[in-house]
Design a protein around this ligand. Sequence first.
Ligand code: FES
Ligand SMILES: [Fe+2]
Length: 425
Amino acid sequence: MHRSVYTDPTVFAAEQERIFRRAWLYVGHESQVSAAGDWLLTRLGPDEMILIRGEEGALSLLHNRCPHRGSRLVSGERGHSRHLICPYHAWSFDSAGTLTGLPLPEGYPEAYLHDASARNVARAPRVESYRGFVFASHAAQGPSLAEFLQGIAFAIDNLVDRAPAGRVTQVGGALRMVYRGNWKLFMENAVDLVHPGVVHASAVTAARSDRDAASLPGVTGQVVQMQLANGLRPADWDELSIHGFGGGHVSMDSFYRQGVIAAQRDDPVFRRYFDALAGANGESRAREILAIDRFNNLVWPNVSINSRFQAMRVVQPLAPDLTQVTSWCFALDGAPDEMIRLTLRFLTAAASPASLVAADDLEVFERCQRGFAGQGPEWLDVSRGARRDRDSGSEWLAPGTSEMPIRLQFGAWRRWMAVASAAAS
Ligand code: FES
Ligand SMILES: [Fe+2]
């Protein structure tokens, strides 16, 4: 790859137009806007949007911009109101963005107020929910959400299937981090299985110096177990498979084998959880659901889902060299309350600004970005494992240390970037 794909403002602007204003992007979870009038401030590519639930239960995704003089309609992360009232001249809108009232209507030319595009809040043309996870696209045409998610939808299915009630709820707030590097670095690193033993070596060493702590209950035990797991040998990483799909999506096998983070757990909380899941689905189906043991599942271009720990991260490009990562966690409806602690510990240990793991990753992203900006060699290498990629018919398969995920992501990137006009997509 040429280094300019990470640094050039022209490339960044083209990505915004051709990828982030066209592809299906995650905008929020239905449980965040469960009642009529609930709204959530979110983003769809470069634009700030309001995800809002209407009286009839339908979801709309509105630009957070008044059609009159352009003021932001709402501020704050979320809220509840039957009408959105602009803070500037008090035009009011219903949840579909339709103008419902304004002071001094007689002051405006009649034709103007009859022009829907002039008086209503602009909306995203396509908004769809997949099992509670809401995606939207700025493009009126293009692949359907189901087509877009092809291959990777199982990761959302497995997250939701793990809930005895067949539904998850977003709980708590969001964790946010900003780093001085390109957005693609995060997505490439999320399934780079050579880096953990190197980049996270200091945390692995600290965990190894106190291995007994891994058996402590609560947060200490779980965090030590997580750090020890990052210290696999390269040959062990290679035993794991990486699965790639046509749209640029990627999934990797899990590598957590011991303690409370293992797929095959045996502790009182987990037994109660298993009973609830088996009660709802039957024992063999419950085993089938829990046997899907994957770690990061990447929905191209900018989402990472961890189904086993009910965590989700969204990568938001802000500038060629500036990126925001937001993380949320989800509770399994119908599971014992204690199960959420596993999720919270996972997310805070792996993705919070204070995390030992995330701090290492952000440091390396910033080093890469500074390296790209120098005057040295222009080309970067992503060939590791290229000769060992295998097409199984339904997916690309590669051993854990392959750079196949990067090649696959750039394949999708090139296809979307090659189409110049939105209509042609
Ligand atoms: S800018 Fe919103 S009512 Fe004037
Ligand atoms: Fe990492």
